[in-house]
Design a protein around this ligand. Structure first.
Ligand code: HEC
Ligand code: HEC
Ligand code: HEC
Ligand code: HEC
Ligand code: HEC
Length: 394
């Protein structure tokens, strides 16, 4: 894995703007009624709290998503500490390019700025002008010249004096997300986050369904409290995902039948936007288990039938290891978009019924115990049951 990332646009233009109109001077001028105040605001990216004064719904939705916690998330922080212990502190530059991208583009390597701690935040995404769609990490271009000029999906929006805006069609395309949701090693042999290429090969992508259509499903509404118009189509910022209650309930189906004296289990990727699990190779997994009961209804035994995931091995062959230690793929068995997996399980003597259980794991069990021992807050990382199927046995 790369320790250094591509050189980002230098800070100079921001610093220059700031020195033209420092905030104090600008406030004094604002009192005199000049327009320089808004120029001074343009000097620095703003906190989501600032945006929230007008875009309150959007800010609330984003605030509950995992992208708003991609830096503060205790599970991320614990793994970051491990990565630094294993590879040296300079590895952080790689991690923050996606997990605290505003820190990365403004040269705050230690992530000290409060706004930079907001993770994948408003004033980062809305100043991305282009994406080099490739497995390069953090393949976005962030424009430092005027953080107060918002890139967005509309060609007719007017925010008044607060900020200017530019129509950028990239915002309505899945390619926008590829800058962080597709990356691999330098040699092009390992894919650490493969959500974008996996979506590209799906029927959903062929039908024109973008990441945004599923993760920010559009509807009518007002995009700001101060907006002059109501729009037919705007995109809520929930960034629905496996962490969102209810989403996993309808993502896959599970069917169980007895055939030729064995249990036949069929798992279908019903949502079909990309393979399951949707990302996080060597971190997330989906397990298929069967619990057998006897005639009295008591549990006889349990069997792990299959695990759907990708797991990496390090240079010594140890597996699973997280993405930053990966040197090879130890196993890869995801459920592709639009596809079903069929598994077979033996029926133990005395079993009268079986229940198959499909469970989503945010963390491979191999990591969980270590995190529990370190007392890391695992809120939001408990396994979630995705589907169950019961069948009576002959
Ligand atoms: C004083 C109120 C106000 C504040 C504060 C504000 N905005 Fe806006 N913003 C608006 C209004 C009004 C519009 C136009 C809405 C429309 O046309 O539907 C807008 C439009 C936008 C658009 C759409 C641009 C386009 O062309 O597609 C984006 C993106 C945006 N704002 C992002 C932000 C971000 C990020 C922040 C914080 C850094 C922010 N805004 C702060 C009022 C505000
Ligand atoms: C991960 C990147 C990302 C982050 C973080 C983000 N946005 Fe957006 N935003 C988008 C995309 C993409 C669209 C357009 C979706 C489309 O056109 O399909 C959008 C659209 C908008 C719009 C136009 C109206 C609408 O809802 O479609 C506004 C306003 C806006 N964002 C404000 C904000 C504010 C305020 C924040 C922070 C609270 C924020 N955004 C955080 C990516 C982001
Ligand atoms: C600057 C990098 C970056 C960009 C751009 C980005 N993401 Fe993310 N995204 C992340 C990171 C990092 C996480 C993981 C956060 C964590 O779990 O701590 C994440 C997590 C997610 C999740 C998981 C949500 C959950 O709660 O389970 C979804 C869904 C998601 N992103 C969708 C998108 C979509 C859709 C886009 C494009 C509109 C996008 N992302 C653009 C970095 C990014
Ligand atoms: C047809 C709808 C659909 C499309 C299109 C789609 N997704 Fe998803 N995505 C889902 C569903 C459903 C889940 C929940 C299941 C899961 O976590 O694997 C999900 C999960 C995710 C996750 C979360 C995994 C986690 O760990 O929480 C991320 C990240 C994600 N998608 C990103 C993307 C990106 C980026 C794109 C476009 C390149 C995209 N998705 C396209 C439906 C879709
Ligand atoms: C190119 C972008 C990118 C880089 C670089 C990157 N990540 Fe991630 N990371 C992601 C995305 C996207 C996800 C979300 C995957 C999903 O939910 O499907 C993620 C998820 C994670 C998670 C899971 C968080 C949770 O709460 O479940 C951890 C831990 C993590 N990354 C650690 C790191 C560390 C440590 C580094 C640096 C060595 C790093 N990442 C570098 C994009 C990146």
């Amino acid at each position: 894995m790369r320790v250094s990332i591509r050189p980002f646009a230098p800070l100079a233009p921001i610093a220059r703007l700031a020195s033209v109109a420092p905030l104090g001077a600008a406030l004094a001028l604002a009192a005199l009624g000049t327009t320089l105040a808004t120029r001074a605001e343009a000097a620095d990216p703003r906190s989501s709290r600032f945006c929230s004064s007008c875009h309150s719904d959007i800010a609330k939705q984003w605030g509950a998503s995992s992208m708003a916690h991609s830096w503060s998330n205790p599970v991320f922080q614990s793994f970051l500490a491990d990565a630094k212990a294993a590879l040296g502190p300079s590895i952080q530059a790689n991690c923050i390019s996606c997990h605290a991208p505003l820190a990365s583009v403004t040269g705050d390597a230690n992530v000290e700025g409060d706004i930079n701690k907001e993770g994948v935040t408003c004033n980062f995404c809305h100043n991305v002008t282009a994406v080099d769609v490739s497995p390069k990490a953090a393949s976005y271009t962030w424009d430092p010249s005027d953080p107060n000029k918002m890139q967005g999906p509309f060609n007719d929006s007017d925010a008044g004096v607060t900020h200017s805006s530019t129509f950028n069609p990239l915002f309505s395309q899945g390619e926008f997300c590829a800058s962080c949701h597709w990356y691999g090693d330098d040699k092009g042999t390992l894919t650490f986050e493969g959500t974008h290429p996996s979506w590209k090969g799906s029927k959903a992508a062929a039908a024109g369904t973008q990441c945004q259509d599923c993760h920010m499903p559009p509807g009518p509404g007002k995009t700001a409290i101060t907006a002059k118009v109501s729009r037919d189509k705007m995109w809520p910022h929930h960034f629905l995902g496996a962490h969102t209650p209810g989403v996993l309930d309808s993502t896959a189906t599970l069917a169980a039948v007895v055939e030729g004296g064995k249990l036949k289990l069929t798992v279908t990727n019903r949502r079909g936007g990309h393979s399951l699990p949707g990302g996080g190779a060597s971190m997330r997994a989906i397990t298929l288990e069967v619990a057998y009961t006897n005639a009295a209804g008591a549990e006889l035994s349990r069997a792990l039938v299959q695990t759907y995931d990708t797991e990496f091995a390090d240079a010594s062959g140890k597996s699973p290891v997280p993405k930053w230690l990966a040197k090879s793929v130890a196993r890869s068995n995801e459920i592709p978009a639009d596809a079903a997996k069929v598994e077979w399980a033996a029926i133990p003597a005395g079993a009268k019924s079986a229940e198959a259980i499909l469970t989503y794991h945010f963390l491979l069990p191999a990591y969980r115990d270590a995190l529990v021992a370190k007392k890391v807050d695992l809120t939001g990382h408990d396994p979630v049951v995705m589907a169950r199927a019961k069948v009576a046995l002959p």
